[in-house]
Design a protein around this ligand. Structure first.
Ligand SMILES: [Zn+2]
Length: 286
């Protein structure tokens, strides 16, 4: 059954405001034509949201799914790293984690399912590649089938002002933030190998993150105290063909009957099979 699933899957991501600290890369040097103003709403600036924050956000969701199923998840930090807070690492280990790579029994083993997907220990690549999201404010030029999104880049300014009355709220310092507003698009993930438990874990983690989008811990990127990083997310049915994937984002069109049939098959046939593969893998984990 997992042979029916392509190596490329897509997660729909919608957020009113996303702040990826200082790591959004823009193409403003192309857009500016010499007279660029950061905050001019007429700017047609696109850019790239790197996958690092997205990956950490997804991984945390996957860890929770494994823990809810009674397993332990690979800790993302190297066991021999010099953590700033020793006690915190050990507390994590007591709260549903095992040290990274401890699940590798020998050179041929794949480790736990989190390790299998994310890799990173002893130079092993993970089996899931997380791509950056390319965004543009021009909806008609967004190619959803290539993991792109509509999004509007803005540079935000925050002033920290003096609290002393004599200073009349004089700014003490100014912070600039790169932000993407009204993001709606696809995050493209590619499996180097498609295993049924991978798909189940991805599907369950995306559901978990969607349900917990208001939890501080499961929001994405920075500025979370200010409502940034609240993400609506859904796994786009992996049975869809490209034209069906595009239709999901077409506000003027409803899903076709064929898409509805695929949704039903996904729900009733594929998901239960993949979920039992995940159950088995979590149960047999060392
Ligand atoms: Zn592990």
């Amino acid at each position: 059954m997992s042979d029916d699933i392509s190596r490329d899957v897509f997660v729909r991501i919608q957020a009113d405001l996303l702040v990826i600290n200082d790591s959004i890369m823009t193409d403003r040097h192309h857009a500016s034509n010499g007279n660029y103003e950061d905050n001019d709403p007429q700017n047609q600036i696109g850019g790239i949201i790197p996958a690092f924050s997205l990956s950490g956000w997804l991984r945390h969701g996957m860890e929770k799914v494994i823990q809810q199923r009674g397993g332990t998840a690979c800790h993302p930090g190297e066991a021999n790293a010099n953590f700033r807070k020793d006690g915190v690492y050990n507390r994590d280990l007591d709260a549903g984690y095992h040290p990274k790579g401890e699940c590798l029994e020998d050179d041929d083993s794949n480790g736990c399912v989190i390790f299998d997907l994310f890799g990173g220990f002893g130079n092993r690549p993970g089996k899931m590649m997380r791509r950056p999201i390319k965004f543009t404010p021009v909806r008609s030029s967004v190619d959803y089938t290539r993991g792109q999104a509509e999004g509007h880049y803005r540079r935000l300014n925050r002033n920290v002002v003096s609290r002393n009355e004599d200073d009349n709220r004089e700014p003490l310092r100014n912070v600039e933030l790169d932000a993407v507003a009204n993001l709606d698009g696809c995050w493209h993930l590619s499996f180097r190998e498609t295993k049924p438990e991978f798909i189940a874990l991805l599907a369950e983690a995306i559901d978990f993150l969607d349900e917990h989008q208001m939890d501080f811990m499961h929001q994405l990127g920075g500025a979370r105290n200010f409502g940034g990083g609240i993400v609506d997310c859904h796994l786009v049915n992996p049975l869809y063909e490209e034209h069906e994937l595009r239709r999901v984002f077409d506000r003027g069109k409803e899903n076709t009957n064929k898409m509805a049939q695929k949704d039903e098959r996904w729900e009733n046939e594929y998901c239960p099979t993949f979920e039992s593969a995940l159950t088995e893998r979590v149960e047999e984990a060392p």
